[in-house]
Design a binder for this molecule. Structure first.
Ligand code: GLU
Length: 433
């Protein structure tokens, strides 16, 4: 087949993707396109990264406590399985869409390859506001969703984990449902489980810890002192709050926090323990008395040394990128920076440690959990944190070298390292049939 025919045989775009540029999937495509010059002969296989291998849409009907029936949209996307089983979280959020889950699955492929885990990339989600459901309704919805995606998940196929608005209890229900359907307890089907049922020590804090480790290394390399560094965090859940705690323990000062409930600011530094207690009691940072409230948009004007977006996608827009007064952006969230904003930050000399390496600590300890489940031999928290630190530091070192070598951003360098690893396997496995 001539190369012209080969190109013509691959249509531009996917019929089920909305044209335009404002979805996370388009952000991902723009990021992947930037790697093309560094792929060499592997570029021949690059199209494989621009479409999910497999995408499942499921109906999730449940009976609500008041007797009515509600239907929710559920998704599980396996973006790439070349390097191993699918791996990635499940999120419950009212704004979840197929295209969002596709992007999140693709970022998992890149992330898992960037830290060299033997996994492909996958992600799931349900379009639901979990705050509107009772605990029993949440359990029924989780179990029905797990049953529906049960045809494509499994300890050797695809291993879900927590993400936005899902936690260890949700993972316990998923593990139990899958196990009931298959007839034996399969702890390795999900990670992020409670420790007493096959979970791993250190998993809950792993993502935040990884953000801290990559941030600490970036600060060291750029001569930014953590002692006295001013920090702002968007999203004060499992990722943002843990990262904030660790940076504060290293001497940094948390000057602003924003979440879905409000924005708080304190020039002298917010008390992280008191803020966490407030969030536990009220569900958000809004109304915290240990600082003054800001308007949501003012969050982006607070002068800082370190900014940690740890909430949702698309937060650092080109307009905000122009205004930001910070030195180091640590992407705790997946996809928080739009491609055009990335260019602006690079031009302004603001260093971005991208999501696909910065928040890889969570999936790295998920990998440890999966390995421990298979061997039924469990490690100490100290061992886990040490191994996590080692993987994050060596992975970041390689990415940094690649960035220096080609004079590219850390994001493009992470994509270059990861895409090379994925596409080498793709090439050597070959096309079936
Ligand atoms: N949801 C997390 C992420 O976005 C962790 C995924 C996992 O542990 O599989 O990386």
């Amino acid at each position: 087949m001539s190369s012209t025919t080969a190109t013509a045989a691959t249509p531009h775009g996917l019929s089920y993707v909305t044209p335009g540029h404002d979805s996370p999937w388009h952000t991902y495509l723009a990021q992947v396109d930037r790697v093309a010059p560094y792929l060499g002969e592997l570029g021949r296989w690059a199209e494989t990264l621009k479409r999910p291998k497999r995408a499942l849409v499921v109906d999730v009907p449940i009976e609500l406590d008041n007797g009515t029936i509600a239907h929710f949209e559920g998704f599980r996307v396996q973006h790439n399985l070349s390097r191993g089983p699918g791996k990635g979280g499940v999120r419950f959020h009212p704004d979840v869409t197929m295209e969002e889950v596709m992007a999140l699955a693709a970022w998992m492929s890149i992330k898992n390859a960037a830290v060299n885990l033997p996994f492909g990339g996958a992600k799931g989600g349900i379009r639901v506001d979990p705050r509107q459901l009772s605990a029993k309704e949440l359990e029924r919805m989780t179990r029905r969703y797990t049953s529906e995606i049960g045809i494509i998940i499994g300890p050797q196929q695809d291993i879900p984990a927590p993400d936005v608005n899902t936690n260890a209890q949700v993972m316990a229900w998923m593990m139990d449902t899958y196990s009931m359907n298959t007839g034996s307890t399969a702890t390795g089907v999900v990670t992020g489980k409670p420790v007493h049922l096959g979970g791993s020590l250190g998993r809950v804090k792993a993502t935040g810890r990884g953000v801290f480790v990559t941030g600490r290394e970036a600060a060291r390399r750029t001569g930014l002192k953590l002692e006295g560094a001013r920090m702002a965090v968007q999203g004060f859940g499992n990722v943002g709050s843990v990262a904030a705690e660790l940076f504060v323990a290293a001497g940094a000062k948390l000057v602003a926090v924003q979440d879905h409930s409000g924005t708080v600011h304190a020039e002298s530094g917010l008390d992280v323990a008191a803020l966490l207690a407030h969030v536990k009691a009220t569900g958000g940072v809004g109304g915290f008395r240990g600082g003054e409230a800001l308007q949501a948009e003012e969050f982006w004007d607070v002068p800082t040394d370190i900014l940690i977006p740890a909430a949702l996608e698309g937060q650092i827009t080109p307009a905000r990128a122009q205004r930001l007064r910070t030195k180091l952006v640590l992407e705790g969230a997946n996809g928080p920076t739009l491609p055009e904003a990335d260019d602006i930050l690079a031009d302004r000399g603001i260093l971005v440690v991208p999501d696909v390496i910065c928040n890889a600590g969570g999936v790295t300890v998920s990998y440890f959990e999966w390995v421990q489940d298979f061997s039924s031999y469990f490690w100490t928290e100290e061992e886990i944190n040490e191994r996590l630190d080692h993987i994050m530091v060596t992975s970041l070192n390689k990415i940094w070298e690649t960035a220096d070598q080609h004079r590219i951003t850390l994001r493009t360098a992470t994509f270059a390292v990861a895409c090379e690893r994925i596409l080498m396997v793709r090439r050597d496995r070959g096309l079936y049939p």
